[in-house]
Design a protein around this ligand. Sequence first.
Ligand code: FAD
Length: 313
Amino acid sequence: MTETRHTRLLIIGSGPAGYTAGVYGSRAMLEPILVQGIQPGGQLTITTEVENWPGIAEVQGPDLMIDMEAHAKAAGTEVIADHISSLDLSKRPFTAVGDTGTTYTADSVILATGAQAKWLGMESEEKFKGFGVSACATCDGFFYRGDDVVVIGGGNTAVEEALFLTKFANKVTLIHRRDELRAEKILQDRLMKNPKIEPLWFHQLDEVLGDEDPLSVTGVRVKNVKTDEMQEIPCKGVFVAIGHAPSNELVKDTLETHMGGYVVTAPDSTATSIPGVFAAGDITDHIYRQAVTSAGMGCMAALEVERFLSEED
Ligand SMILES: Cc1cc2nc3c(=O)[nH]c(=O)nc-3n(C[C@H](O)[C@H](O)[C@H](O)COP(=O)(O)OP(=O)(O)OC[C@H]3O[C@@H](n4cnc5c(N)ncnc54)[C@H](O)[C@@H]3O)c2cc1C
């Protein structure tokens, strides 16, 4: 059934940024509508332990997101299972259309559509995601104290992840298809000088190897791209570091973006290039990409919406 819903505040996305915006938007009496998208709970629903959410020493990612949803609902946010397929920001009220056929009109929008880590798309990578395969050294590096790990990639992300992992790991093997890195020179220099990092040039990941019970990584099989020769490298962790892509499909032609598609916000603010449209979380953040920073931006966005609408009133 098609229907039109109007709201003071439409929040698009149900990760830490979206749910936090819901809590703050509700407490500002804006009666927000939050549309969850095809990944209710966002990126943390595809991981296991989260050990850096303040106040909880260890929590499963999916459980944390269930609690955040419950908190947003309890505060008064209407959480809707729908996915926005188009967003018209050319005039107010802004108009969003969902896959369910519902049209949402809104006086303000918080865009919290997040980002997705890029993956290689291999079966074994998928199988061990969260059980030794990760795309986030800041999140998961801590679990590999004293272990050997490998990092896949050759750009800034890969080099930064490899350097970060040396704080914990015994040895970091950087696996790259070429014999030169795309990363900035200063990062390359740091990488080459670090005795814990060993680059393996002209190789690509062929398969992640591991045990079934418990599900865990024991190594990787890599292929020499010049000779097709295979070799196995024992390791406990595999960090796929081939970049991130912001989920900007709805706004890439309407909002100002930079650094590969991240939405630009004003300094110390979540305001975008269109008044009344705010962006929070990984969609705007190419640097930190953490749950707590996303939640912080969700809070900022809701407070800014409240100020924006009250000034208009
Ligand atoms: C494997 C993994 C492990 C991680 N571990 C940690 C960790 O331990 N600690 C930590 O702090 N961070 C961790 N992170 C990073 C953290 O998950 C992200 O920084 C955080 O989730 C970003 O929050 P967000 O609210 O910006 O968006 P996301 O969590 O990316 O959520 C985006 C939301 O937008 C919705 N959406 C997208 N498009 C649409 C649309 N068109 N219509 C409606 N909704 C839409 C999606 O359905 C989703 O709900 C991890 C990330 C990954 C991938």
